[in-house]
Design a protein around this ligand. Sequence first.
Ligand SMILES: C[S@@+](CC[C@H](N)C(=O)[O-])C[C@H]1O[C@@H](n2cnc3c(N)ncnc32)[C@H](O)[C@@H]1O
Length: 189
Amino acid sequence: MLLRARERAAHLGCPAVSPGVGALLAVLTAGVRARAVVEVGTGAGVASVWLLRGMPDDGVLTTIDTELAHLRAARTAFAEARLAPGRTRAIPGRAAEVLPRLADGAYDLVLLGDAPAAADHVADAVRLLRPDGVLVVDGALRGGRVADPARRDEVTTAVRALGRTLRSDDRLATTLVPVGDGVLLAARR
Ligand SMILES: C[S@@+](CC[C@H](N)C(=O)[O-])C[C@H]1O[C@@H](n2cnc3c(N)ncnc32)[C@H](O)[C@@H]1O
């Protein structure tokens, strides 16, 4: 099933999380007993389905994307995964405009799917999390470039700075999981 969703993601030019990262997402949503999750960057819905796999049957994923074609592909993936329509709330729009409308402390987990862009949404994501909720940022190693001090291009520097921002935030306990392209986990204290 996710194979077809991954093919649609590739067709749309919107890379999906690796199965390793997907499995981590399912373990995380199960581990924090997530009933309310926010995802920025739905894509073709691959990460969304993994997140929902770890959530209870009444858990709801709010997922945001600017591209209607991507949201349509995600809806197909949700139907293929036999998810009841009430399990997903797909919101078209820019994260910077949608996140401020979501309620403070109402979410168990927030996934920011793209490390360089994630920096713009960290403040909102932390505001949305309940205590012990988890912020997840995918793409934190960028093929090893982030860990290589010789790499100083703009995107790599921005992702490195994002890691420093999360680690220095007293409200968060942050760690890096070296799965896929690197996943930052920041638990809200
Ligand atoms: C790499 S894809 C996400 C794939 C998804 N994480 C998965 O594994 O299935 C990134 C998505 O973010 C969306 N996107 C980019 N900028 C955005 C923004 N400012 N607000 C909301 N969505 C955005 C793109 O349209 C694209 O669908």
